[in-house]
Write a protein that binds this ligand. Structure first.
Ligand SMILES: Cc1cc2nc3c(=O)[nH]c(=O)nc-3n(C[C@H](O)[C@H](O)[C@H](O)COP(=O)(O)OP(=O)(O)OC[C@H]3O[C@@H](n4cnc5c(N)ncnc54)[C@H](O)[C@@H]3O)c2cc1C
Length: 360
């Protein structure tokens, strides 16, 4: 049987980006995915600019809308609308983005096998990369990822016509302070909007009711949504092992979703880059530490903000709606700040206030 330097299990953004970077550096890479592409993945499809900056290829051909207007609302009422100097999110559909990234990896020389699973006990490679997402089995198979916890998210699409295109053009609407452990969203795409909710996992039994309230706030009946899909949001508590001598985990398989935003594609691309660097260095020993250095400050702050919004919604909203906070949010989305703690000057004041609320 042909042997490879690296086996990547899973061809989502994390797996494709890791494989792409490895092949680009000359490694021989086998990538297997149990699905046949194009395949969909439950997701809002919001690619933040900070994610885009870490993506190894330019995904412009599959971007459907650029977002430079962010509308934050408190319990479907009081709202602030913020305009960014440059697009902060590119809206895509995962069916299109993931196929595009997988093709880019294939073009770099990665051996891609779709509709295929593999017994990792007999992996034909020196190193195994677990990139099989929130429901993957590779982590357990290589003795990693124990202790990852989960949130839950649910979303669907509504074509323009049923909703007004102009209302949502270049806009991301974020509905705060109603859904425990999360928020609702409406994201503009090419020919439809995506409507969704994220929440604590314990809200699973009520997730349809949460989505129905977000729909109602936008003049929609929940029954008007097409392609309704739910999926887990894996969250990694500090110290959870994501690498050993022969294997490492990237993206959702490593539980790297941002606890407050529910975004994970930035984390996919960051972990893919660090994984490729570790593998190419000949030792996986530094990978976990590198991931912590890159993501832990951001995720620590996100946990505090999540608790602040959940426990003190009104007080948090008073801070969240300030222009001063938007300055930091915009810089975070643009990738100018890796974490809120890098913000200096006056703009630190609302960040400190939210941090204190989150600790209380
Ligand atoms: C409803 C929802 C909305 C979201 N919205 C956003 C958003 O707007 N922006 C954002 O940045 N993030 C968002 N996220 C998070 C984002 O979707 C994930 O972080 C991202 O998909 C993780 O990518 P991944 O490559 O790690 O895993 P995945 O994209 O899940 O890919 C895993 C791949 O592994 C394959 N696989 C699984 N098991 C096996 C196996 N045994 N053998 C072979 N292949 C296997 C699967 O077929 C799949 O192709 C959202 C998540 C949810 C649930």
């Amino acid at each position: 049987m042909q042997r490879f330097d690296v086996l990547v299990v899973g061809g989502g953004p994390a797996g494709s980006a890791t494989a792409y970077r490895l092949a680009d550096a000359g490694a021989s890479v086998l990538l297997v995915d149990k699905a046949t592409f194009p395949r969909d993945k439950p997701c809002g499809g919001g690619l933040t600019t900070r994610a885009l900056r870490q993506c190894p290829v330019d995904p412009s051909p599959v971007v459907e809308e650029e977002v430079d207007v962010v509308e934050l609302r408190f319990r479907y009422g009081d709202a602030v609308v913020r305009h960014s100097q440059a697009p902060v999110i590119r809206m895509t559909q995962r069916r299109r983005l993931d196929a595009f990234l997988l093709d880019a990896a294939r073009d770099k020389g990665v051996e891609v096998r779709e509709g295929t699973t593999i017994d990792i006990a007999h992996a034909p490679a020196d190193v195994i990369v677990g990139a099989d997402g929130a429901n993957g089995t590779t982590a357990r198979g290589v003795g990693l990822g124990a202790g990852i916890v989960h949130g839950v998210a649910y979303e669907g699409n509504v074509p323009y016509g049923l909703v007004d295109r102009e209302r949502y053009e270049r806009r991301a609407v974020v509905e705060l302070a109603d859904i425990p452990g999360g928020y609702g969203w409406v994201f503009a795409k090419g020919d439809h909007v995506n409507v969704g909710v994220g929440a604590w996992q314990s809200e699973g039994p009520r997730i349809r009711e949460h989505l129905a309230r977000v729909c109602a706030a936008h003049g929609l009946a929940a029954g008007q949504l097409e392609n309704l899909r739910g999926h887990r949001l894996p969250l990694r508590p500090p110290g959870v092992r994501i690498a050993n001598e022969r294997a490492l985990l990237v993206g959702d398989a490593a539980g790297l979703i941002d606890p407050v935003s529910g975004d994970g594609m930035y984390e996919c691309f960051v972990s893919a880059k660090l994984a490729a660097e570790a593998i190419l260095s000949g030792s996986l020993a530094g990978y976990e530490q590198a991931v912590d250095a890159a993501l832990a400050p951001l995720h620590r702050a996100s946990w505090k903000l999540k608790y602040a919004l959940d426990r003190w919604p009104r007080a948090s909203w008073r801070v969240a709606r300030t222009r001063l906070l938007w300055r930091s949010v915009e810089r975070l989305l643009l990738g100018e700040l890796a974490a809120p703690e890098e913000q200096h000057g006056l703009a630190r004041i609302p960040l400190r206030a939210l941090e204190r609320l989150g600790r209380t």
